[in-house]
Ligand binder design. Structure first.
Ligand code: PEP
Ligand code: MG
Length: 890
């Protein structure tokens, strides 16, 4: 026989699947002997049966009836009893809390007959009628589906007639009249009466909770959070207790530790002579919980004892809702409490130290994204001025700066030391310099995976994107906000990338002490100490190495301070920009071998200096240098601009600049419809003689220079975008040749491991062959995702991704978090086949996914050796790599 109903006294927290989160915790508290108003839970099993058939399962009514009778006997009061009636609350409670489920209904059991009984038993007539009024209203809108406005309209009219602003100004006569009118509203809207049978009230309320599982908001939420559609919700039915029966009654919330900072102590609010919803409505200011001690020392003492018991039992921060009814304390609900990232770290470290949880559990209680949040400066005060706009909190932290509208202006002002905020409708790769120069990036379009969001996160830069209320007018260098507010270039704004808010004017900033700790090692008590303890624990636990993607000595040094164990990806193309563009241009435009050779010769010393600095910053640790990857046209001027310049000169009767003409010819010659699938990576190395040899020589000579200086350089050479082992073999030969040559010239052996990126499905599928010519693999998961899905990483996120996310095709962008089923399968296969061919093959990941928590957990399970991510993501990656291991130990 199915069990559709379970008494609180019979359940436990282990049964959360069946009883829902709330029901399981009510049962657990009952089992612990805490004063929980008695009741029972209609299980998720009953809801699932309802969802399957559209009707209450057979036997449910009878089961509810039996449990109700038990409750009535225990309390000595019956539902519907006209003198002192039993009244009930009905609350939904799924396994995971979700928005859009039916609101709580209080005071089930009140009818025209029992309302007088309640008035008598409590001695409060107004209270009884007000409760009845609330029931009819709540029941009418949530169970019977009458538009809430219809009730609000009546209430509003009566208050106006009585010239009162507050419900509290209504007396018994008013409330009685309102109840009559509410019932008429229901009659008119539904064609039937507000049920005067309390059992029917209860039965229909339960079914309404079941039905709310399929409410639109709940469905959207589940799709997004990947919560299975068929879990169903439980329904908790509980005897009512009242906090609004006079000065010796009240209601409140309490936490076993401060959910904001994690400090131990008593935290919470108390409101005397009030019901739970009054606290939320903010009718009166609540008192700090400590003041309850003076008002009702007995209840306070008991509450503290219960809280301590709960925290020991759940071994975590708990919060409770409680009610004191005429001096008697009741606990209405508990759960493991929500907390800020700061509190999460402190509580985890403290509970581990107190011996309440294991180290592995402590690691399970914090996360990389929480750590990230602690690395950013925050606004020092709670800004009370209202934000001028709200966008998507795309990259956390807080920043203040003058508004600028293009990259050049951002760079210009930043060079003078001015803090700027780059405002664009959306960003593209041309904005990179401006984004680097700005303190924050603000866009009016685009979501969490837009260019602005992804790049800003990678740089650890504050970003709010998709602030749609803003109309960005780049041409006139201003944006317009709600209400016609105009913000011009140079005006100061404060951007909160943690909340998504944008404020006009400067809000004071507080630097992150956790960032200071990572930068300097300075360990202060409290939060920093907690973070430090957990990071030590993490480093002792993780299996995965954590390296950084860095192209400059400065980034390398920072990465090292953040705990990176080397460089997993140095993108050399970043060394071909700026002033060197001319040299690269000369290489591309070269008409003869000699011209090309001299252009490469000019680049050689610059590259050598770059690598020498990088090897010095990472002395003793691996520095994986990737040979040039992007298509060459990326280093040339924009074809459209050139064409315009040439055409304008001609139109003015002048001879166009011959250099421009030559450049345009080259641009046209190199034009590719799909450059991402074109002449790039290893193909470039094969097609442009001497290019990879020059880079290799620079690496070898930098190594020699570092050795001569007494250093411990550990360069590794990585070949991008191979699809076949033959490509790698050819380049490998060339590299080995250059290494031998440099060794001979400098009189000492220069060797470097030579490996390849795995970025194309074909490389993954033939990993056994590729491993024959590779000392290491590094998965370029950005390109591997792009080529496996056939999705352009540059275009797709901006175009149809929102649709795909919305329709639940992706829960998250596959460029953010690894697609385990598809791309992940290729990775697994390449790891296994690569290692089968070559047991000592080292394997890493250096795409964006190397810094993503869920992806890191996946890479840990498939046996990758290390992940590599941008320096700012290194601390979180260390933590997540440890959490992946700790999870197995729980
Ligand atoms: C990759 O493709 O994952 C990678 C790291 O290379 P890039 O992003 O430079 O193409
Ligand atoms: Mg790539």
């Amino acid at each position: 026989m199915n069990v559709y109903v379970s008494d609180f006294a019979d359940g436990s927290r282990e049964l959360a699947d069946l009883l829902g989160g709330k029901g399981a915790n009510l049962a657990e508290m009952t089992r612990l002997g805490l004063p929980v108003p008695p009741g029972f839970t209609v299980t998720t099993e009953a809801c699932r049966a309802f969802l399957r058939t559209g009707a209450a399962p057979e036997g449910l009514d009878a089961e509810i009836g039996r449990h109700l009778t038990g409750l009535e006997v225990a309390l000595g009061r019956r539902l519907g009893q006209t003198d002192d009636p039993l009244l009930l609350s009905v609350r939904s409670g799924a396994r995971f809390s979700m928005p859009g489920m039916m609101d709580t209904i209080l005071d089930i059991g009140l009818t025209d007959d029992t309302v007088a009984g309640l008035a008598k038993s409590t001695g409060r007539e107004r209270f009884a009628w007000d409760s009845y009024r609330r029931l009819v209203q709540m029941y009418g809108s949530t169970v019977l589906g009458v538009p809430a406005d219809a009730f609000e309209g009546v209430l509003h009219r009566v208050k106006t007639e009585r010239a009162v602003t507050d419900d509290l100004g209504l007396d018994v006569r008013d409330l009685t009249a309102i109840v009559t009118e509410f019932k008429a509203v229901i009659r008119q809207a539904t064609g039937s009466e507000f049920p005067q049978d309390p059992h029917e009230q209860l039965r229909r309320a339960v079914l309404a909770v079941f039905q709310s599982w399929n409410g639109e908001r709940a469905k959207v939420y589940r799709r997004r959070e990947r919560i299975p559609e068929d879990l169903g919700t439980a329904v908790n039915i509980q005897a009512m207790v009242y906090g609004n029966l006079g000065p010796d009654s009240g209601t409140g919330v309490a936490f076993t530790r401060d959910p904001a900072t994690g400090r131990a102590g008593v935290y919470g609010d108390y409101l005397s002579d009030a019901q739970g919803e009054d606290v939320v409505a903010g009718i009166r200011n609540a008192l700090p919980l400590q003041e309850l001690e003076a008002l009702d020392p007995t209840s306070y003492g008991r509450l503290r004892a219960h809280m301590a018991l709960l925290e020991r039992h759940y071994r975590d921060l708990c919060d409770v809702e409680f009610t004191i009814e005429r001096g008697r304390l009741w606990i209405l609900q508990t759960r493991v409490g929500k907390r800020t990232p700061e509190a999460a770290f402190r509580i985890a470290a403290d509970l581990a130290e107190e011996g309440l949880i294991t180290q592995a559990e402590a690691l399970g209680r914090v996360s990389g994204p929480q750590l990230d949040q602690l690395l950013f400066p925050r606004f020092a005060t709670d800004a009370d001025d209202r934000p001028i706009a709200h966008g998507i909190a795309a990259s956390p932290g807080a920043a203040v700066g003058a508004v600028v509208f293009d990259s050049a202006e951002a760079v210009r002002r930043a060079a003078t030391g001015e803090a700027v905020v780059l405002v664009r409708s959306e960003t593209n790769p041309d904005d990179l310099a401006g984004m680097i120069a700005a303190r924050a990036v603000l866009t009016s379009r685009g979501g969490k995976t837009s260019h602005a969001a992804v790049v800003a996160r990678g740089m650890g830069k504050v970003c709010v994107c998709g602030a749609e209320e803003l109309d960005v007018d780049t041409e006139n260098r201003r944006f317009t906000g709600p209400g016609g507010l105009v913000v011009a270039e140079g005006d100061v704004v404060s951007v909160d990338g943690t909340s998504g808010a944008v404020h006009l004017g400067a809000i004071p900033l507080r630097p992150s002490e956790v960032m200071t700790y990572f930068e300097t090692g300075e360990r202060t008590p409290g939060l920093v100490d907690a973070v430090a303890r957990l990071m030590e624990q993490a480093d002792g636990t993780r299996r995965l190495g954590v390296l950084a993607n860095a192209d400059t000595a400065e980034d390398a040094a920072r990465a090292r301070r953040f705990g990176a164990q080397g460089i997993g990806l140095c993108r050399t193309e970043h060394m071909f920009l700026g002033e060197r563009r001319g040299l690269v241009e000369a290489m591309i435009l070269a008409r003869t071998d000699d011209e090309r050779r001299s252009a490469l010769d000019a680049l050689l010393p610059l590259q050598r200096a770059d690598f020498t600095a990088l090897l010095a910053a990472m002395d003793g640790l691996p520095v994986t240098i990737r040979l040039l990857d992007p298509p060459l046209h990326e280093f040339l001027a924009d074809g459209r601009e050139l064409a315009v310049r040439i055409a304008s000169a001609r139109a003015a009767g002048q001879r166009p600049d011959p250099h421009d003409v030559r450049l345009l010819e080259a641009v046209d010659r190199m034009h590719e419809e799909n450059p991402m699938l074109g002449l790039r990576g290893v193909r470039l190395g094969l097609a442009v003689p001497g290019l990879f040899a020059m880079q290799t020589r620079a690496i070898a000579e930098a190594t020699a220079a570092r050795l001569a200086a007494g250093g411990d350089p550990r360069a590794e050479i990585m070949v991008p975008l191979i699809g076949a082992v033959e490509e790698l073999r050819l380049i490998r030969d060339e590299i080995e040749h250059v290494l031998a040559d440099v060794s001979e010239t400098c009189g000492m052996p220069i060797t470097c491991p030579i490996g390849t990126m795995i970025e194309l499905p074909r490389a993954a599928l033939t990993a056994d062959r590729v491993a024959e010519a590779a000392d290491f693999f590094s998965f370029g998961t950005n390109d591997l995702t792009q080529t496996t899905w056939g999705l352009s990483r540059d275009d797709a996120e901006a175009s149809f991704f929102p649709l795909y996310l919305d329709r639940g095709i992706f829960a998250v962008s596959p460029f953010t978090s690894i697609d385990r089923e598809g791309v992940g399968r290729l990775i697994r296969l390449a790891v296994d086949d690569g290692r089968a061919a070559r047991a000592d093959l080292r394997i890493g990941v250096c795409g964006e996914h190397g810094g993503d928590p869920a992806s890191i957990h996946f890479f840990d399970t498939v046996g990758v050796d290390y992940v590599s991510c941008s320096p700012f993501r290194v601390p979180a990656a260390r933590l997540e790599a440890a959490r992946a291991v700790a999870r197995q130990r729980l």
